[in-house]
Each structure stands twice: as C-alpha cells, then as structure tokens.
Design a protein around this ligand. Structure first.
Ligand code: CP3
Length: 341
C-alpha cells in the first residue's frame, strides 16, 4: 500500500501488474542538464551542492520536470558513507573522487567509526524531506547507497581506478582485515538506508559499480555476503541491486532477498530472466552510448530492448549512468519511447 499517484515503479518492482513499463535514468540529475550546470556553478562545487539540502533537492526535481520520468533519485553520492565513517573525500574537477587518507592496515581501520546518519548525513535526509514535500506523492523517490565492496574499493584505493589493484590486493594479502572493513561499511550502510526510508524513500538501489573486477568466488565471499545482509535488513521498501559487470553472478543475485536486479548492456535479457528466475524484476539496460545515435536509432534500440524485456517485471533504464555529453533531447527520446510503448 502506498499513496503515490504514479506507483508504476513500485508495482513493477514487486512484480504486480502495470499498464506500462516505468522508466528512469541513472544519473538523470547531473551534467547533461543545463539547469543542473547552472545550480552547480552557483554552489561552487559538487560537495557544496550535495551538502546543501535546498540545492540538492532542486537538482533532484529537475529531470522530473524536464523529462516526466517515473521516479526521482535523490541527488547525492555513494561516497558520503565513507565520509560519515570518518574518511572524507574530495571531488576533483575532471578527475573524480579522491580520498586524502586511505585504509590499508589494521591501524588505519582504527580511524573509522560506525556512521550515525542522523548526525553525519543529516543533509541527505533533509534533502529527501524537501523532495518528498515538493513531489507531493506524484512519483516515487529512490534512495541509494553504494554496495559495501564498491565503497571498500574507494576507501582502500583512494581514488578511481581501472583495476582497483590496491583494493584487490587486500582481498588476497589480508582477507580478515578486508572482511572487518566490509562489515563496518555494511553496518553503516544499513543504518543509512533505514534512515532514508524513515524520511520517505520509496525504493532503494544498491550500486555495486566495481563488482565486475571480482572473480565469481571472490564476488560471493566479498560482495554477496554483505549484500545479503543489506537485503535481509531492508523489509520496508523494494530494493534494487545493480552489480555492474557481474554477469557471472546473476544466478546468485537471484537468490538474494531483493526485488529487482539491474542489468548492464553486456547482459542478455532473456538469459538474465532465466538465471535470476521468475521472482525478480529486471532493470536496464540500454547502452548509454546508444544515446549518441540519432532519434530514429534511439527509438529502434529502445523498442528492441523493450521487446526483449516484455511488459511485466521490467523497469526501463540505461545499462549505466548517462554520459555527461549526451544531448538531453536524446534522453527525452529514450524516455518518451518507453512511455508510449
Ligand atoms: C561509482 C559511483 C560514484 N557515485 C555514484 C556511483 C555509482 C553509480 C555509478 O557506477 O556510476 C552514484 C551517484 N553519483 C551521483 C548520483 C546522483 C543521482 C542520479 O543518478 O541522478 C548517483 C546515484 C551524482 C554525481 N557524482 C559525481 C557527479 C559529477 C560531479 C559534478 O557534477 O561536478 C555527479 C552528478 C561525481 C562522481 N562520483 C563518483 C565518481 C566516480 C564520480 C566522478 C565521475 C563523474 O564525474 O561522473 C562515485
């Protein structure tokens, strides 16, 4: 039961019948939008924007106004959790996130604490409250967090990387330490997600952006183990798990206590349905690069994708976040094609 006017996303996630496939876009609020760049310039920095609830709320609503998407996603970042645990990050222009201090030893781990979201992340919770008020139950609001393994990658490596070899090194060299850190991240994340639910998040998505660098056995040991704890802890709202690149773990993901599995564009849709089984909804999975095509190509590719997914137990999205140099009209074309299918 909910009092949302458009609850297509929630019904699709729960496997209930829908009149049409709901659609939203990962990174729908962001640099693709000139109205975002304007607010971002006013804020001065990404971190100022993300930590000012009124501005974070404003950019969360922008894609709702422009595109008429079927869900809003709160404007924030997965890296607010390590910060709340005592490991602050910086966002470097053109470069991405950087952690001035990293976790590489048991002594480093002593610097960390369990996050207290009501104190350390009150700016996100305030932004959620403002967005909920402004949306006035028109559409659902998605809350999110990074998966423990992906957060671990940034806390150990200290920055983005193609290989995350420093983070993976700990899995082989000091697995017990890795597990200790992963458990602390998991406990912090569960508290954070619960506090997002308390202020009105209608669905939660877990981003395991670096799952694809693990072997199947490592994914079970260092990612699934903790995802399982999160999925079991969240009973109040539907949960979506998006493990980028983890094609090898789809059957295992199907056994988790979540509602929806996000697919990237490398994952075949029919094969994924078979692997995750009939009790999961699928989300995805258009290649973000398809939006570089002309309007006719985008329509064709989107319809082809929808035909493979079918009308039920489907949430349309891209297979990863939209790239910042995509023309917003191309994003609109993707959304309109889904909504008129
Ligand atoms: C790995 C990851 C991060 N952050 C996130 C992930 C998981 C999803 C994924 O795999 O892409 C999640 C995230 N980050 C952001 C959102 C906003 C909500 C939305 O999807 O609209 C979400 C859901 C804002 C952001 N997070 C970031 C920006 C760009 C910074 C800016 O506007 O100045 C935005 C809008 C910065 C960021 N934040 C992160 C990186 C690697 C970068 C740099 C790359 C880039 O610039 O896109 C970490």
């Amino acid at each position: 039961m909910n009092n949302l006017k458009n609850d297509l996303l929630i019904r699709a996630a729960k496997g209930e019948a829908v009149e049409r496939v709901p659609v939203w876009v990962m990174r729908q609020a962001g640099r693709i939008l000139p109205e975002y760049r304007e607010v971002r310039a006013k804020a001065g920095s990404f971190i100022n924007l993300a930590t000012t609830p009124e501005l974070a709320a404003e950019v969360t609503i922008q894609p709702v106004t422009r595109f008429g998407v079927d869900a809003a996603i709160i404007f924030s970042d997965i890296l607010v959790v390590p910060e709340a645990m005592g490991l602050p990050y910086q966002m470097e222009e053109q470069k991405g996130p950087v952690f001035p201090e990293v976790i590489r030893s048991a002594k480093d781990l002593e610097k960390l604490r369990l996050a207290e979201p009501e104190q350390d992340l009150s700016y996100v919770l305030e932004a959620i409250k403002i967005v909920k008020k402004e949306l006035n139950n028109k559409i659902p609001l998605i809350g999110f967090a990074g998966a423990p393994f992906t957060i671990f990658c940034y806390m150990v490596e200290g920055k983005g990387s193609k290989t995350f070899s420093q983070a993976k090194k700990m899995l082989y060299a000091e697995p017990a330490l890795a597990h200790q850190l992963l458990q602390l991240i998991t406990d912090s994340t569960i508290k954070y997600l619960k506090s997002q639910i308390a202020v009105g998040a209608n669905l939660l998505q877990i981003f395991d952006s670096w799952a694809g660098i693990l072997s199947p056995a490592q994914y079970s040991e260092f990612s699934t183990k903790y995802l399982c704890q999160i999925c079991d802890a969240i009973e109040e709202v539907p949960v979506t798990l998006f493990s980028k690149g983890a094609f090898f773990a789809r059957e295992e993901m199907g056994k988790l206590n979540c509602n929806t599995i996000g697919l990237d564009w490398n994952m075949d849709i029919a094969e994924s349905r078979k692997l995750v089984g009939p009790t999961k909804t699928l989300q995805g999975n258009l290649d973000p690069c398809a939006l570089y095509g002309d309007f006719a190509t985008i329509k064709k590719e989107t319809i082809h994708m929808l035909e493979q997914f079918g009308r039920q137990r489907t949430i349309a999205n891209l297979g990863h976040g939209v790239y910042p140099d995509i023309d917003p009209d191309k994003v609109a074309c993707f959304i309109d094609t889904v909504q008129s299918w």
